[in-house]
Design a protein around this ligand. Sequence first.
Ligand SMILES: CC(=O)SCCNC(=O)CCNC(=O)[C@H](O)C(C)(C)COP(=O)(O)OP(=O)(O)OC[C@H]1O[C@@H](n2cnc3c(N)ncnc32)[C@H](O)[C@@H]1OP(=O)(O)O
Ligand SMILES: O=C([O-])CC(=O)C(=O)O
Length: 369
Amino acid sequence: MDKTTTFQPGLNGVIAAETKLSYLDVEAEEIVIRGYDLIELAEKRQYIDLIQLLLKGRLPDGAEQQELEETLKLEAPLSDSLVQLLAKLPKDTHPMDALRTGISALAGYDKNLGERKNLEQTILRLLAKIPVITAGSYHLLQEKSILEPDPDLSYSANFLYMLTGRVPDEQEASIFDQSLMVYSEHEMPNSTFTARVIASTNSDLYGALTGAVASLKGNLHGGANEAVMHMLLEGRSVEGFRQLLLEKLARKEKVMGFGHRVYMRKMDPRASLMKEALRKLAAVKNREDLLECCEAGEELMKEEKGLYPNLDYYAAPVYYLLGIPIDLYTPIFFSARTLGICAHVAEQYTDNKLFRPRVHYTGPRGLHP
Ligand SMILES: CC(=O)SCCNC(=O)CCNC(=O)[C@H](O)C(C)(C)COP(=O)(O)OP(=O)(O)OC[C@H]1O[C@@H](n2cnc3c(N)ncnc32)[C@H](O)[C@@H]1OP(=O)(O)O
Ligand SMILES: O=C([O-])CC(=O)C(=O)O
């Protein structure tokens, strides 16, 4: 096989699938979701609208929106046996690992496991339950009781309530909903690719999502949002943060929250939206110092490396000001991304071709035992 035409390290720039779901148009600075601009959707619609858009290809009307909210509320509670299983995990389990276990375990409760005709129903059940597993397993790991979903709250407000134990105000709920929207779908990141690869063997949706959680946990992907917040806290002040970043660069370390395989030399449009959200929250919560640190880091990385923030860089301080424990940032990212991944798995099933690439062999030949 000709190495030069077939091998791209990290599959950089390789087209791995055809999709009607989303596309990153870097030139136009647009994240296209089924024909719409994700940022405009995040400014004008709600996460719940994206569910129908991604799964069915069109935005819901008011009645459909209400029906969807009702279905999600109905499907949200976890069975006692699943709660007991999560409660048995060692207390130092990372919430992302607890989430992976919870999603994997859900397969055993699905009487129609693997039946394609029930796929949409299964996806809605997962979208209802995954936020409850995310928040619930965290509280169980803290040796606290799980907070039951509050049916009087909207999908996103309830998710935030279950995470923090406090009913959010309108602005907090709206900013959190926006964050879920910008995390919901992003073309072909490692986790989505992982899920599509698993689905391409005709394996089931739970398995595809379980693999995707493991992928998204890594700090080159979703795990970066938690790492960003630890870095901001370690820096403490504008000067401390600048110093910390300079030290990391001197040691040739990757600085979490910067750079992106697709937008390496441009600002991630989702990061700009979250920066705006941070500006609003910082003003209300009197934490302009945190915004100043982030802006100083952004400037420094532009000057020193020509690198720009990705979504994780600004989502992290937004979650911090919403009062969310840091260990939950990556599980929240996955909970929001469940939607995009499920839509990709459904698409993979409808026009499946087993993923099975080849290698460029660099080992020896002709040896004998
Ligand atoms: C929502 C999301 O999941 S977005 C991604 C979140 N992940 C992060 O924030 C982790 C930090 N960022 C990174 O590690 C990278 O930018 C990635 C993994 C996202 C993309 O990486 P790749 O496309 O594989 O590019 P690669 O890692 O080879 O970087 C290219 C060059 O830019 C440098 N670079 C890229 N990102 C960074 C960074 N965050 N800090 C310092 N240098 C960086 C690399 O050192 C490399 O330099 P070199 O050519 O001198 O060796
Ligand atoms: O697209 C990627 O590679 C990573 C990313 O930003 C995401 O998954 O949201």
